[in-house]
Design a protein around this ligand. Structure first.
Ligand SMILES: NC(=O)c1ccc[n+]([C@@H]2O[C@H](COP(=O)([O-])OP(=O)(O)OC[C@H]3O[C@@H](n4cnc5c(N)ncnc54)[C@H](O)[C@@H]3O)[C@@H](O)[C@H]2O)c1
Length: 353
């Protein structure tokens, strides 16, 4: 456990201490923990850093800034409980050092976003498979608890709605590059659970569904920030496909809360949890909602998948999580409605881009 030094304590404790030595700090075991976040300069990672620091914990970050940004964590630099290294999780000596210094690892670093996955399949597989293997291997040396970020994409083409953790994963063929992301994350899950079963490494797997909020960028294919940016600049809002595909959007702050609670709960170890909202909306409706929210009358343009991505691109038609499992364990269910999320994101993107 990390060591914390407190300066404000009950007066009788202070008296005791001052009697023994004039320069003594009170060291409390287990009061604060040291979280190590890979991909901590990314969208979810940077919010998680803030959240954990607010809870009084120490946070260190390893990020190569491939899709993350220093801007996401600049405001944390002055905090003495915060530190970071700009490097890759594939730098194993550094990774090993950072793992050995922490209490809990949260592994978020990954190649993400449909654009990136379709355009750079080698990087996707290398980062997502090798990176996770390195993290698990290093964590196993000191038996550090690891929370692994997975994705709703692993449910693939399943049409059994809502998706439950024990459901079959129905992935498309390797000839269609977009499935490499889902497949690499599914392999991460297998590997993590293998470490738990075979080596008793405590692992927790989170399958995030579409997570949104300030600092998310549309650059790598994330739909909501892209729509908002297009609307704010009075450009056509571009919907890929016919817009009947649907998604559920959860606010990043709620995801951080769920992640944190899972790290503290022993019963979560060796388990997979969906984390997402159940408020479903089609992408065409989302485009209209964004347009109304921004208050403009720009065109909504439908672009066939083969023009937006590659010939034969396959999308997931619906993605709705069953959240019974995490609710039963933690009492967790998202509270923020899409309306409120849109308000926050439009406001943020209008101010900062
Ligand atoms: N945002 C979502 O809706 C969503 C949904 C499902 C799963 N996830 C998962 O959550 C995690 C975080 O995603 P995000 O949305 O914050 O994306 P993000 O791109 O903002 O965060 C990923 C971070 O990992 C970093 N990174 C990539 N390769 C690295 C490497 N080799 N070494 C060190 N750092 C590296 C990037 O620079 C970035 O900061 C990812 O594992 C992603 O697969 C996110």
């Amino acid at each position: 456990m990390a060591k914390c030094f407190l300066f404000t304590v009950d007066s009788y404790v202070l008296e005791e201490i001052w009697r023994k030595e004039s320069f003594v700090f009170l060291e409390l075991e287990g009061f604060c923990m040291h979280y190590f976040i890979t991909g901590g300069a990314g969208f979810i990672g940077s919010h998680l850093c803030e959240y954990l620091l607010e809870q009084g914990h120490r946070v260190s970050v390893l990020d190569n800034l491939s899709t993350g940004s220093m801007d996401n964590i600049l405001h944390l630099k002055g905090n003495s409980l915060f530190s970071y290294e700009i490097d890759s999780v594939t730098n194993v000596p550094l990774l090993g050092k950072m793992v050995s210094e922490c209490d809990i690892v949260i592994h978020l670093a990954a190649a993400v976003g449909v654009n990136l996955v379709v355009e750079s399949p080698v990087q996707t597989i290398h980062t997502n498979v090798d990176g996770t293997e390195f993290v698990l291997k290093e964590a196993n040396k000191k038996k550090k608890k690891v929370l692994i970020a997975s994705t709703s994409e692993v449910y693939g083409k399943s049409n059994k709605i809502p998706f439950q953790e024990e459901d079959d994963l129905i992935l498309g063929p390797p000839t269609k590059g977009r499935w490499s992301y889902a497949c690499s994350k599914a392999l991460d899950e297998f590997l993590a659970l293998a470490y738990w079963r075979e080596k008793k490494l405590p692992v927790v797997i989170c399958r995030f569904f579409n997570t949104v909020g300030p600092r998310q960028t549309g650059r790598y294919g994330m739909v909501l920030p892209r729509f908002i940016k297009q609307a704010l600049s009075n450009s056509p809002i571009t919907v890929y496909g016919d817009g009947t595909q649907s998604r559920c959007f959860i606010y990043v702050g709620e995801v951080c809360k769920a992640i944190y609670s899972l790290t503290l709960e022993d019963k979560a170890v060796g388990e997979i949890y969906n984390i997402g909202s159940q408020e479903e909306i089609t992408i065409a409706d989302l485009a209209h909602r964004v347009r109304d929210k921004v208050g403009i009358s720009t065109e909504i343009k439908y672009i066939p998948y083969h023009d937006a991505y590659t010939q034969g691109f396959e999308d997931m038609q619906r993605r709705v999580p069953c959240i019974k499992k995490i609710h039963q364990l933690l009492g967790f269910s998202p509270e923020m409605k899409l309306e409120q999320i849109l308000d926050r994101m439009v406001d943020f993107i209008a101010r900062f881009s």
